[in-house]
Write a protein of this length. Structure first.
Length: 147
C-alpha cells in the first residue's frame, strides 16, 4: 500500500462525507426515484468516503434485511447521475462528486467475529488455564541480586 492510500481522511473529508450521507439518505427516503427496484426499497447509507480532491465519493449502502442487495446496488449505479445532481443541490461544493455505490459488509464482518468469540473453541480456551503455568507468577526466576 502506498503512503497516499495509507493516510487517514482529513476532517474536511469526514465532514463532507457525512453531509453527502445525510443528503443521500434524505433523497432515498423521499422516494423521488423512478426505478421500481428503488421505489419500494428501504436503503441505509452507512458511510460515504470521499477522495482527498473531493471529486469522487463512495457510498456504502445496505438494503433493509440485506434483501435484493445486488439488484438494489445495480439500480443505484444506474441512478448515480440523478443522485449526483440531487446531492449537488443539497451540499454546496465546488464540484459535485461522482458517486459510486458499494454494499456495506462491515455488519457481516462484525457478526462473524461475534460468532467466533462465542464459539466453543474460544470458550474452552478461556476456561482452561494455560498448560505452561506452574502456579508461580514470576517467570523471571526470582529477584536479581546486585551485579
Amino acid at each position: 500500500m502506498t503512503a497516499r492510500h495509507a493516510r487517514a481522511p482529513s476532517q474536511r473529508q469526514l465532514r463532507v462525507g457525512e453531509e453527502i450521507r445525510h443528503s443521500l439518505s434524505a433523497i432515498l427516503m423521499r422516494g423521488d426515484l423512478r426505478d421500481p427496484v428503488l421505489k419500494d426499497a428501504s436503503i441505509t447509507v452507512t458511510e460515504v468516503r470521499i477522495s482527498p480532491d473531493m471529486r469522487n465519493a463512495t457510498a456504502f449502502i445496505l438494503p433493509l434485511g440485506g434483501e435484493h442487495a445486488p439488484e438494489v446496488l445495480e439500480a443505484l449505479k444506474r441512478a448515480a447521475p440523478f443522485l449526483r445532481a440531487q446531492v449537488a443541490h443539497a451540499v454546496r461544493l465546488k464540484f459535485a462528486p461522482a458517486l459510486m455505490f458499494e454494499l456495506d459488509t462491515s455488519f457481516d464482518h462484525a457478526e462473524r467475529i461475534t460468532r467466533l468469540l462465542h464459539s466453543e473453541p474460544v470458550a474452552r480456551d478461556l476456561r482452561e488455564p494455560a498448560a505452561d503455568e506452574d502456579g508461580d507468577e514470576d517467570s523471571g526466576g526470582g529477584e536479581r541480586h546486585g551485579a
